[in-house]
Design a protein around this ligand. Structure first.
Ligand SMILES: NC(=O)c1ccc[n+]([C@@H]2O[C@H](COP(=O)([O-])OP(=O)(O)OC[C@H]3O[C@@H](n4cnc5c(N)ncnc54)[C@H](OP(=O)(O)O)[C@@H]3O)[C@@H](O)[C@H]2O)c1
Length: 275
């Protein structure tokens, strides 16, 4: 099955599931815009077959790939060489074939999120940031946020996963597991949701620490509002965004890694947002 597919494209997205991914459409726009031959397909990989199948793709036509849930950690171990940001995140969303025996692993989620937060004017130096979730996506975005001097609080269903993340990143800035006693006399400037889509929000969320100026960003995206976006609307928040912009920017930085050109992104974000 895979052999026939390989002949028709040279870049791919590997994940499970991938059927609703917007990435092939985004990369099609980039290819047309830059006039670079870049045919990108989403490939669903069986859960226990990542290394076997992906190494076969790289032995054939594939020159680069994005990796999505649940394989970012496996992609990190699969890579023969890592960029600094992928090494720190211990999570890889971009693979590039350097030669027959060397695959480079990179992580563009962080630069993707930061670029979108800057576009929206949702982030400033030294902000207090609450991050919901402690999975692969959050790992990818912590370094640029901490590098801005932001104070980061992690709130996650499984406390031990939040603690692991804090221990992994506390050498890069001010990060801690959220406790009810935090921020006694102030509010969060920014709340980022990195919990998987369609998770209902519960009483653990510290809404007393949100103000009318708090920015809300959902890394998830969907043609319909996510639970998080609906939740923020019900709270009466003025500043809310989903993760469409992050998706386009992380794709643009993967494209830069593969082709040394950073494609234009704003018009693609507008097209996807209209839908
Ligand atoms: N916009 C973009 O470009 C972009 C890029 C990357 C990711 N994303 C999105 O970000 C989301 C997270 O991705 P990921 O790769 O980090 O996934 P992941 O590694 O599977 O992590 C999932 C996170 O969600 C939490 N969670 C899962 N089920 C939950 C539940 N029922 N109740 C409460 N918490 C729950 C997990 O908590 P535990 O630790 O307790 O399991 C973990 O913190 C995905 O939906 C993905 O589509 C978007």
């Amino acid at each position: 099955m895979y052999k026939d597919q390989i002949k028709n494209f040279n870049y791919a997205l590997f994940g499970n599931p991938v059927n609703h991914s917007q990435s092939p459409k985004i990369h099609d726009y980039f290819s047309k815009q830059t006039e670079i031959f870049h045919i990108y397909k989403a490939i669903n990989i069986p859960l226990n077959k990542f290394s076997l199948i992906v190494s076969n793709f790289f032995k054939n036509n594939i020159k680069g790939a994005n990796v999505t849930s649940p394989f970012k950690k496996e992609a990190y171990f699969f890579s023969n060489k890592l960029t600094k940001r992928a090494k720190i995140a211990q999570s890889v969303n971009t693979l590039k074939k350097l030669n027959d025996s060397c695959i480079l692993g990179d992580n563009t989620d962080g630069i993707g999120l930061l670029s979108d937060l800057n576009r929206l004017k949702f982030i400033k130096k030294n902000f207090s940031v609450l991050i919901l979730g402690a999975g692969g996506a959050v790992k990818g975005v912590l370094l640029p946020i901490l590098s801005l001097g932001c104070k980061v609080y992690i709130l996650n269903r499984t406390f031990s996963n939040a603690l692991k993340l804090v221990n992994q990143f506390n050498q890069y800035g001010n990060i801690q597991v959220f406790k009810k006693s935090d921020l006694k006399d102030s509010f969060f400037d920014l709340v980022i949701n990195g919990v998987s889509r369609n998770i209902q929000f519960n009483s653990e969320i510290p809404i007393h620490l949100f103000s009318s100026k708090t920015f809300f960003y959902d890394m998830n995206y969907s043609s319909k509002n996510t639970y998080f976006i609906d939740y923020c609307i019900r709270l009466g928040s003025k500043y809310i965004s989903d993760g469409t912009g992050m998706l386009v920017f992380q794709a643009a930085y993967s494209f830069l890694n593969w082709h040394n050109i950073l494609p234009k992104t704003d018009y693609i974000i507008n097209i996807l947002n209209k839908k």
